[in-house]
Design a protein around this ligand. Structure first.
Ligand code: NAD
Ligand code: TDX
Length: 353
């Protein structure tokens, strides 16, 4: 089998390439990635060099290039996207890039896949398409929950889901879609909460905890899933899921950002051999505009149909993750990104308490 993975030099895409090559060692894998600020070839070290792996730097919006690359491919797994919410809230040139890559890019890739005769297209999406949940809402997001995206990033991913479904409907094209909650694990660009905070602590700086209008820091809740579990779930949906269906994926590990940072400080205190506390290591900073309160995914469908559930407990997965970023490998990886990874909020964050 020959598979193409878009966004395969990014965080989840690269973890997926390694997972797929480990579990399907005879498959040929074509990795397609534009290498934006979020794509790092070092994420694929040890895999990219193998004879059954081909890396191509290309933009998914480039239809002729996609058509050529997808010749002979059986399966497309589509991760490529602009993914950082804070960037989507920045300058219009940045916001526009979300619509271009995530919507136009998905549409162009779908057309090229069909034209090239690719037999299955898997679209990787997010639970942010559903908007947010109240802190005390007993209901979680599920596959038929109404779409209500609230940031340009979420809008672009919601639109991409619709593009995929409409294309499948119109052309009877075989697709599957997954909507997943927040991922964590190795090789995540240090703009997202977990790697950004670890990188700040390693540099002797303070974690920036977004603080709401009522002055409550770190109140927002996310449902955290280890990236390895996400990769396993995607592979299962591809191999055993029903064509045309959508599956929700999540970690069943809802945590406030405050609680997550406290746990991180405990683990990092041991590593740095000094007591890190909220008081000495965290700055409460102005909130993200329109900050979604809470995300959580109901896993009934994927459990019932495919027997999947996360393997990692948050405690174990998070400990291993912090250990990876503080390991020589993790620190070398972080150091190698310094010139390329722009932190959109750096030097702009207003301390509020
Ligand atoms: P990431 O930002 O780490 O990686 C994205 C990759 O896509 C990068 O390698 C980048 O170079 C590439 N890319 C961007 N635009 C491109 C283009 N026009 N053409 C080709 N390549 C392009 O993202 P991630 O966190 O690994 O997310 C991967 C996918 O999973 C995204 O579709 C995202 O919406 C989805 N997702 C992410 C999470 C999460 O918590 N990170 C959760 C649910 C779903
Ligand atoms: O420095 C920070 N301080 C802080 O308090 C950062 C970077 C974030 N936060 C808060 C905002 C969120 O409540 O932490 C939470 C997590 O923020 P992000 O890591 O930016 O993730 P989020 O906005 O929840 O979106 C993520 O999950 C869904 C991914 O970036 C998306 O690509 C994915 O679709």
């Amino acid at each position: 089998m020959r598979i193409a993975v878009t966004g395969g030099a990014g965080f989840i895409g690269s973890n997926f390439v390694r997972y797929w090559m480990d579990t399907n060692p005879t498959d040929e894998v074509v990795v397609i990635d534009a290498l934006t600020y979020a794509g790092h070839l070092s994420n694929l070290a040890g895999y990219r060099e193998r004879p059954n792996c081909q890396f191509v730097q290309a933009d998914i919006c480039d239809y002729p290039a996609m058509l050529k690359l997808l010749a002979g491919v059986n399966l497309v797994v589509h991760f490529a996207a602009e993914t950082h919410v804070d960037r989507s809230l920045g300058e219009f040139e940045m916001e526009r890039q979300f619509y271009r890559s995530n919507i136009e890019g998905t549409a162009s890739l779908l057309r090229a896949s069909r034209e090239a005769g690719v037999g299955h297209f898997h679209h990787v999406s997010t639970d942010e398409v559903f908007g947010d949940l109240a802190f005390d809402d007993p209901q979680k997001f599920h596959e038929t929950y109404p779409y209500n995206p609230s940031s340009p990033y979420a809008v672009s991913k919601a639109a991409s889901d619709h593009v995929v479904r409409a294309f499948a409907h119109t052309h009877k094209y075989p697709i599957t879609i997954t909507n997943c909650t927040n991922n964590y694990g190795p090789f995540q660009t240090p703009e997202k909460l977990i790697p950004r905070s670890i990188a700040l602590l390693l540099a002797g700086q303070k974690v920036k905890l977004y603080t709401d209008a009522e002055g409550i820091p770190g109140r927002n809740i996310r449902d955290w899933l280890h990236v390895q579990d996400h990769c396993e779930a995607i592979a299962l949906v591809i191999q055993k899921g029903r064509i045309g269906e959508t599956y929700g994926i999540g970690g069943e590990a809802e945590l406030s950002n405050y609680h997550l940072v406290e746990t991180m400080l405990d683990i990092m205190s041991e590593y740095l051999d000094r007591s890190l506390t909220i008081e000495n290591s965290v700055e409460f900073v102005a909130d993200r505009p329109g900050h979604d309160r809470r995300y959580a995914m109901d896993l009934s469908k994927i459990k019932r149909e495919l027997g999947w559930q996360p393997r990692y407990s948050f405690q174990q997965g998070f400990l291993e993750t912090v250990q990876w970023y503080t390991s020589p490998e993790g620190q070398a990886w972080l150091a190698s990104l310094n010139d390329r990874t722009s932190d959109v909020r750096a030097n702009q964050e207003q301390v509020v308490a």
